[in-house]
Design a protein. Structure first.
Length: 377
């Protein structure tokens, strides 16, 4: 039986991006998962044909520890002689592809899910871009989670167009449409718990809180309209990874009664069901899978017009796109969907139809199955 090794920096990436693919691959192949974590972190993934090996891959650049990890991965690949090494996340991609290249593993696959250097300038942009070029050089095949990201990488001379592919219409593993769907019970429960009236308009941001997600731009836009739209509420859900909470409190000081803050949740679908408009004013995204999940729940989006997001949202059909960092445009888009109920309902239906038709997990898993069959045959 052929052996596949999937390498990620942290177990969370394996669960979020690769869980359905791992289950599919384990039907035909022996699968080894490598990440910086403990086996209990990936307990839902490990099984008869799936094992886990811990390697201390750091997300931050550290020459000494990175060289140690590179050597460990090289030794592992030489010992196991995997038929495929597949990496995901930036640091795992760099070290995993280099180690697999030196170990002579063929084929070597990396999945790009966005570029951390996309909105940087100067030395930081140059250095991080070089790392992605090195990943692309070492890989024999590349996957990317959106057509616009693929085009961006080609135009930036990071990859060759013959070497990089998109599965289906984009995203890494699609959306579980059995999980993400309208839920009136969850909508009522979340609103009741938070003290939000049933007739209120809820703007939802759900994800990691950091500057690049544009969360402070959204806060400024909401602060500018809250007094004029008393039925509007802003719900922010997710872990604070960039020290954003203090800034949010300051920006929204005049409308804290319309602001609701929830930390990490393992039930994002319930919060999406409680919302009327999903907001992602991000500065960089590989695809914006959360937008498709919200769409499957029937929530139209207000989001940045950047590569990746333009694949997830059809402007004027499933949501409204705005220029990144443009607070006035964000405000206008929110007001448009708030005031025009028929437009919001129309976009809701179109978003749900598109998510189910083009981005279900079954579609993406089948695409990955075909990709691997071609790869190994």
């Amino acid at each position: 039986m052929k052996k596949i090794c999937i390498v990620a920096t942290v177990p969370f990436a394996l669960i979020v991006f690769m869980k359905p693919h791992i289950a599919m691959l384990a039907e035909q192949y022996d699968v080894t998962l490598v990440a910086n974590g403990m086996e209990q972190d990936v307990a839902l993934l490990v099984g008869e044909r799936v094992r886990f090996i811990r390697v201390n891959i750091s997300r931050k650049i550290s020459l000494r520890s990175d060289l140690v990890v590179l050597l460990l991965l090289y030794k592992l690949f030489r010992k196991e002689r995997f038929d495929v090494v597949h990496t995901i996340t930036p640091k795992a991609g760099l070290l995993g592809m280099l180690a697999a290249y030196f170990a002579g593993i063929l084929p070597r696959i990396h999945t790009f899910t966005g570029q951390v250097w996309a909105n940087k300038v100067g030395v930081a942009r140059f250095g991080l871009k070089v790392f992605d070029k090195l990943v692309a050089m070492c890989a024999t095949g590349l996957l990317v989670d959106s057509a616009s990201q693929r085009q961006f990488l080609i135009e930036q001379y990071v990859v060759d167009h013959n070497k990089i592919s998109v599965l289906g219409n984009g995203s890494v593993c699609g959306v579980n449409t059995e999980r993400f769907k309208p839920n009136s019970s969850a909508r009522h429960q979340i609103r009741t718990n938070l003290g939000i009236p049933d007739n209120a308009i809820v703007y939802l941001f759900l994800g990691r809180l950091n500057k690049d997600k544009g969360i402070l731009d959204l806060a400024h836009a909401f602060a500018g309209l809250a007094s004029k739209v008393p039925q509007a509420h802003l719900l922010v859900v997710g872990p604070d990874e960039g020290g954003m909470d203090i800034s949010l409190q300051l920006i929204l000081a005049e409308c804290l009664g319309q602001f609701h803050r929830i930390g990490f949740t393992n039930k994002p679908e319930d919060y999406m069901a409680s919302a009327d408009i999903f907001c992602l004013p991000s500065y960089r995204e590989g695809f914006g899978s959360v937008l498709i999940e919200a769409a499957a729940v029937g929530v139209p989006a207000v989001a940045s017009r950047i590569y990746g997001i333009t694949d997830a949202v059809v402007d004027g059909e499933t949501g409204i796109l705005h220029q990144p960092k443009n607070i006035e445009e964000i405000k206008r888009a929110l007001l448009t969907l708030t005031n025009d109920v028929s437009l919001r309902e129309k976009m809701s239906k179109q978003a749900m139809t598109r998510a189910n038709r083009f981005f279900s997990t079954d579609i993406l898993v089948n695409e990955m199955r075909q990709y691997y069959q071609k790869l190994l045959n």
